[in-house]
Ligand binder design. Sequence first.
Ligand code: ATP
Ligand code: MG
Length: 563
Amino acid sequence: MAENSTEHKKSLHFIEQLIEEDLKIYPHIVTRFPPEPNGYLHIGHAKSICLNFGMAEQYGGYCNLRFDDTNPIRETIEYVEAIKKDVEWLGFEWENELYASEYFEQLYEWAVLLITKGKAYVCNMSVDEIAESRGTPTIPGKESPYRNRSVEENIDLFARMRQGEFADGECMLRAKIDMTSPNMHMRDPIMYRIRHAHHHRTGDKWCIYPMYDFAHGESDFIEGISHSFCTLEFEVHRPLYEWFLEQIAEPGQRVPKQREFARLNLNYTVMSKRKLLQLVEEKHVQSWDDPRMPTISGLRRRGYTPESIRNFSAKVGVSKRENVIDVALLEHCVREDLNAASPRIMAVLNPLKVVLTNYPENESELVYGISNPEDEQSEKRAIPFSRELYIEHTDFMEDAPKKFFRLAPGREVRLKYGYIIKCEDVIKDDAGNIIELHCTYDPKSKSGSGTEESKRKVKGTIHWVSIADAIETEVRLYDRLFSVENPLNAEDGKDFLEYINPDSLQITRALVEPSIKGVEVGYKCQFERTGYFCVDPDSTQENLVFNRTVSLRDAWAKQSQKK
Ligand code: ATP
Ligand code: MG
């Protein structure tokens, strides 16, 4: 038994271990996901969402969605709505939808309580002066000349700050802790600053706004959060988080625990909301949900499934060490999911016309394709076959090397689900460009017809569409948005915008088998031998638009096989 429990413990990540210990004293665990509504959520947030909601679910507690809306300047309702949509889409249900701005009155009262206890004061230094007087980790800070104001004066000044008597930046409320603390965050941190700005929920009611460090832990406390998970850069803030709670909690009262985990970093992209906003505002991408963005909405539009993102998050795991995850892992996760669930369709992106000279004119027939080889229950689809077809230009080579197992003059190839054809003649225009192939087909070789000839093996199988039946669509081929692994810190140190991949979007057309008729926005399929695609919201009745989610080639699987 003892051995078992050691084994069990070893298999847990550090947060699970912490919670299992705490469950001995806590009735249940309560977590929160606390986005600031100043942008759309990205894949890094997905990790935090999976952790916060995941832990609550795993240990029979619940998770709140709390908007950390304490900075009115960049926050909007559009962002609030987008965040809710993304969390829901990922498959999580919050217990309560909450807003830190609803706690402004309580936070104000607690700030007054701190003043009363002699633990906070109004400081008239400017932000720059405060920064300068703070010292460095090795040089102690200098005390503010306003530090020893009386409680009465501080209460009066703080009330007048609230009433709007002062301009932005004229004064602030600071905690009175220790200007010589080795932890810079403890050197009289700012608690409130003046911002004469309209807030998307509280309107013009407030002109003073609490800083993150003061608002966050107190909001956790109000909501009865047991564990407040945040990213590693907040580890040095933890003493301050605990200090504020100590000031306001009754003796013996349980307070939330802040614990830190490594943030998710992904190569070939940027994840800071400020940088993402810049990409949108300066029109380097279409929108927040541009399929090249690392946002949840971008990934959704690109064709990612919620399962693939949750699996990715699970594979990345929870740790205390920062590292950079290869975007190939994310792509691997979506391939894995789409491979299992996607219907197969044939589409030609780069067409070359093939005429089957021995196939009767004005006739056609149906051949039958498997909808999804990964799904035994999937039905067969009927695909029209006729004398004039398109194949992929890259599936033909005039001077082909021996190992080229596709079509070449005098060689045979199987048309998937159809017949074996042989290239007899290459037709060119005056400039010498190949415009058409004349081929013959072997009428007895039809796939699945049961005859000996139908089982005849040739080296290659290629996809095709019947010209008369194909549906023409737009196709958007996406590649990585940046051409270097770490655009924010590349070796030659240019601005990240200079590393935008000029070929991150290629728009082309495709000829698709008619089974796709009537599909709707969001529909996902595999274009056989090409990649996974989904229907973009830009589609109209006349012009279906497909986004390439990911190609079929799996760099990640190859890499991990090698290891
Ligand atoms: P950004 O730096 O991109 O603007 P943020 O941390 O300011 O992000 P918030 O809205 O404050 O964004 O984040 C909400 C929650 O998501 C926080 O708990 C934060 O720690 C977490 N989070 C943000 N980015 C990541 C990431 N890359 N990996 C894991 N968690 C993250
Ligand atoms: Mg933040």
